[in-house]
Design a protein around this ligand. Structure first.
Ligand code: SUG
Length: 444
């Protein structure tokens, strides 16, 4: 059966700010407490969606989440009216207030892991909301992520949306950021590659020393079970703990795959040869040849890959069989990466085009083009069965630009999170958005 890949980009929420909440994510830590521009952030994201939709790529969006999370603030003892809760939290626990306000759901690669129907024993597309339990500000995203996914992928004949795994360190799950699907074409059975950072129940296994490994092997195995994947087409590979310690907090900061191509850095995996071996074997089972595009350290050091987000790119199949690499502007500013890319597209690789975007507002929190999207390969019947109000069109783009212009601030500093008016603005914006997207009841 033929299928088309849709990228569901996260629409940046009105409370986008820089709070330095992600230990191990270099950009988040370096930009802590600087002023953000939520309006620009949302417009940058929308410009990417519009351009890719206009090129004919399947493009949709996932809505922002309700912020601040008053339930979190009340559950830790802040009482009174909403305004009182905000003012007490701002005084006593400003970092937790920033967590409650984080617009981190914009990075939808972390919303869920997705397995297309061709891979699952029950012929349905499976989603498991990611528990993101490594970080307080992300650990409560899964409830609204599951709710939004259920609203969009409602038809249980085609879709199964699973709740997040138990929110405990043994099941640390970061969703599609540590999951890659390789295949001959999007519609036929593929190989699902799960990349984990550590193993909870194997004390002899290696792990990073400085920064956290957010994804466990146990979580990856649980997701594969829920999605009813075949063992011979499922591959588990350990991420190189040394690169996690250099700021590669998700596998999608050091590798990206599409169709039969895996674009990766020499140091991405703990055992590169073993990883490729397993992948080649599994891909043999689906009649596909792995096209391994390896980037050597000599050409691009890990630090440059992290600074430029070279691998946090989207690798998209074009109608002519070639692929385009969607990269952030930063790739042109890091000399080794700019040179590498120039040679890559000139050198007869399947990647023959670069598409650049300015995503600096998201990049300053460690979110590049690939973080901003969740991939869902859908057959024609499945695409018709999903909620259509989130599919990007020229008309929706213009409506959303006007909505952003109306509701978003162009400057947000840490102190602004104490302003009760901000909570009201976010609420009003989201209420209007649920009407625009045709998703009444999306928010409480
Ligand atoms: O989880 N940053 C996100 C970036 C997520 C990127 N996603 C992928 N690689 N797929 C994170 O570290 C920063 C928020 C702050 O500091 O305000 C943050 O959550």
């Amino acid at each position: 059966m033929s299928a088309r890949e849709f990228n569901f980009d996260g629409l940046v929420g009105p409370s986008h700010n820089y709070a330095g909440l992600s230990f191990g994510n270099v950009a988040s830590f370096s930009n802590v407490k600087s002023a953000s521009n939520p309006k620009l952030a949302a417009l940058q994201g929308l410009a990417k969606m519009r351009a890719l939709a206009a090129r004919g790529f399947g493009q949709a969006l996932l809505p922002p989440q309700d912020r601040p999370n008053f339930r979190l603030l009340r559950s830790i003892g802040f009482t009174g009216s909403d305004a009182e809760v905000l003012s007490k939290a701002a005084k006593e626990a400003p970092v937790i207030l920033a967590c409650a306000y984080s617009a981190s759901p914009m990075w939808t690669a972390n919303a869920a892991t997705v397995s297309p129907s061709a891979d699952s024993a029950d012929g349905r597309t499976h989603f498991t909301a990611a528990n993101l339990n490594n970080k307080l500000h992300r650990a409560f995203e899964h409830e609204q992520s599951a709710r939004a996914l259920r609203a969009i992928f409602k038809d249980e004949k085609h879709f199964a949306v699973h709740d997040a795994l138990p929110g405990t360190p043994a099941f640390g799950d970061e969703g599609a950021a540590n999951h890659t699907r390789l295949c001959k074409d999007h519609g036929s059975a593929g190989v699902e590659l799960f990349v984990y950072g550590r193993t909870e129940f194997d004390a002899s296994a290696s792990a990073p020393k400085k920064y956290p490994a957010r994804q466990t092997l146990e979580a990856s195995q649980a997701v594969a079970r829920l999605h009813r994947l075949s063992a011979e087409r499922t591959v588990y590979v350990q991420q190189n703990p040394d690169v996690i310690d250099q700021g590669v907090f998700h596998n999608d900061v050091i590798a990206v795959g599409n169709a039969n191509a895996l674009f990766y850095h020499e140091q991405a995996f703990a055992d590169e040869a073993g990883a490729l071996d397993q992948l080649r074997r599994a891909m043999g089972a689906v009649g596909a040849d792995l096209n391994a595009i390896r980037v050597d350290t000599a050409h691009v050091p890990v630090a440059d890959a992290v600074a430029s987000y070279l691998f946090n790119s989207q690798l998209l199949s074009k109608a002519d069989g070639k692929m385009a690499l969607v990269i952030p502007h930063e790739c042109q500013e890091v000399t080794s990466v700019a040179r590498y890319l120039e040679n890559l597209v000139a050198g007869g690789s399947v990647i023959d085009e670069l598409i650049h975007f300015d995503l600096r507002q998201s990049m300053r929190n460690g979110g590049g083009p690939a973080c901003l999207r969740l991939r869902v390969a859908l057959t024609e019947a499945e695409a018709a069965a999903m909620h259509q109000g989130v599919v990007m069109t020229e008309a929706l783009y213009h409506t959303l630009v006007a909505w952003v212009e109306k509701h978003y601030r162009d400057r947000l500093e840490p102190a602004d999170l104490a302003d009760p008016q901000l909570a009201i603005e976010v609420h009003n914006a989201l209420e209007e958005l649920s009407r625009i997207l045709g998703l009444p009841g999306l928010y409480d």
